[in-house]
Design a protein around this ligand. Structure first.
Ligand code: GAR
Length: 211
């Protein structure tokens, strides 16, 4: 375990099951990560309750209380800075993030998406892949930029769609993979193994692989 934990700020809009998987992995000591703050754009997001239960500061930042997208994003940036966040983790945060945040955290904002990008971006990646009839879909973790579900890909895991899978089966498989993959990627950041060269994200080998 590292001496200093990576402080992450998690951005959510809804249920927060990915947030929960990160909280659980951190609590179990499986990752060198501390969730420093949870920020939601929706007051009723279940993820805020999860934060409270875990004694993590939760902040609701209401878009409608801000006249401009700029001032809304400045509020997000200020909350992240106040909690001394090292890495910004979008986990079901269903809005674009402004340059105010992206510039403050260059190559330090990541997102998870429930499909194999660049296929099926958007808010319904699981359903869209299912409806299209692909045989293979999956989960992507990538650096965020000013577009939806764009940015250099850090990690992907495939999920096979079986002949008799209903959409609920596929959702369950995707979420199970998400809840494994996101903590794993956070640990890669905690170990300082993720870098970026232009459009390509690079993952250095795990210390045990270089001996
Ligand atoms: C997750 O499946 C995540 O991949 C998806 O929202 C869900 C949030 O669930 N994100 C996107 O579709 C981004 N385009 P959660 O709130 O239970 O973690």
């Amino acid at each position: 375990m590292a001496d200093k934990k990576l402080r992450v700020g998690v951005l959510i809009s809804g249920s927060g099951t990915n947030l929960q998987s990160i909280i659980d992995a951190a609590y179990a000591g499986e990752i060198d990560v501390e969730v420093a703050v949870v920020i939601s754009n929706r007051q009723e997001a279940r993820g805020l309750e999860r934060a409270e239960k875990a004694h993590i500061p939760g902040v609701w930042i209401d878009r409608t209380a801000h006249k401009t997208f700029h001032s809304y994003n400045m509020a997000i940036r200020d909350a992240l800075k106040e909690h001394k966040v090292d890495l910004v983790v979008m986990a079901g945060y269903m809005r674009l993030l402004g340059t105010e945040v992206l510039k403050e955290y260059p190559n330090r904002v990541i997102n998870i998406h429930p499909a194999l990008l660049p296929s099926f971006p958007g808010a319904s990646g699981i359903q869209d892949a299912f409806d299209y009839g692909v045989k293979l879909t999956g989960v992507t973790v990538h650096f965020a930029n000013e577009k939806f579900d764009d940015g250099p890909i850090i990690a992907q895991m495939p999920v096979r769609i079986a002949e008799d899978d209903a959409i609920e089966d596929l959702e369950a498989k995707i979420h199970a993979i998400e809840h494994r993959l996101y903590p794993e990627v956070l640990q890669m950041f905690a170990q300082g193994r993720v870098s970026i060269e232009g459009r390509i994200a690079r993952i250095a080998p795990h210390p045990s692989e270089t001996r």
